[in-house]
Design a protein around this ligand. Sequence first.
Ligand SMILES: Nc1ncnc2c1ncn2[C@@H]1O[C@H](COP(=O)(O)OP(=O)(O)O)[C@@H](O)[C@H]1O
Ligand SMILES: Nc1ccn([C@H]2C[C@H](O)[C@@H](COP(=O)(O)OP(=O)(O)O)O2)c(=O)n1
Length: 206
Amino acid sequence: MIVTIDGVAASGKSSVSGGVARALGIPYVSSGLLYRAATLLGLDAGLDLGDPGALLAHLSSHPVRLEPLAEGNRVWRADRELTDDLHSTRVDKGVSVVAAHPQVRAWVDDQLRALPEPFVAEGRDMGTAVFPHAQHKFYLTASARIRAERRAKERPDDIPDIEAALIRRDELDANQIAPAADAQVLDTGPMTLDEVITTILRAVRA
Ligand SMILES: Nc1ncnc2c1ncn2[C@@H]1O[C@H](COP(=O)(O)OP(=O)(O)O)[C@@H](O)[C@H]1O
Ligand SMILES: Nc1ccn([C@H]2C[C@H](O)[C@@H](COP(=O)(O)OP(=O)(O)O)O2)c(=O)n1
């Protein structure tokens, strides 16, 4: 079984996916972390993030491994854990450029499709491009302001700056942001985190 949870930046995908996965007793897979890892490695190597050939060559000589666990995902490059360095404003600013390359998307999708079921997969295009046959599909939305207020609890930046950055990233991610036609769309703005998780579990278990 595969459950897909897609949505825009800071809509609650990771938190909701983790809660749903824990309740179901299965791992969850955060596809965005692979895009973030590719971005971090490119930045650290001083590469042009607009050059997919250079990025893929670097990634082939520095293989990245995603470790999906019920309590969260861990990302490794060889024996160096990258996880804690992936959610930074520096990576946020470059990741949409990296994620726009079809070659990088194929690099991510190949790793996701090799994972053994069952799992919850969260990202942008899990229910459309990567796992179109998933049994349960959900898509999370919320206003940019609400998402910025939530993200502000994790970042040192001001809410207006975060909101502008989220809107910008939504624009940059537009090609992969549309929900699957058969996904249940949830506006998480008026809902608590637990209410979103409960709503999804009720649908999965129905
Ligand atoms: N429905 C909700 N109500 C309140 N806070 C939420 C809700 N969903 C997520 N959050 C919080 O918002 C922040 C961003 O959520 P996250 O899961 O990181 O989003 P995403 O993975 O889509 O970027 C986190 O601090 C999370 O705990
Ligand atoms: N399946 C995916 C997942 C993420 N991406 C891109 C779009 C996002 O800006 C970045 C980072 O994704 P991530 O889910 O970590 O970002 P947020 O947690 O939503 O802020 O990667 C994508 O294009 N396709």
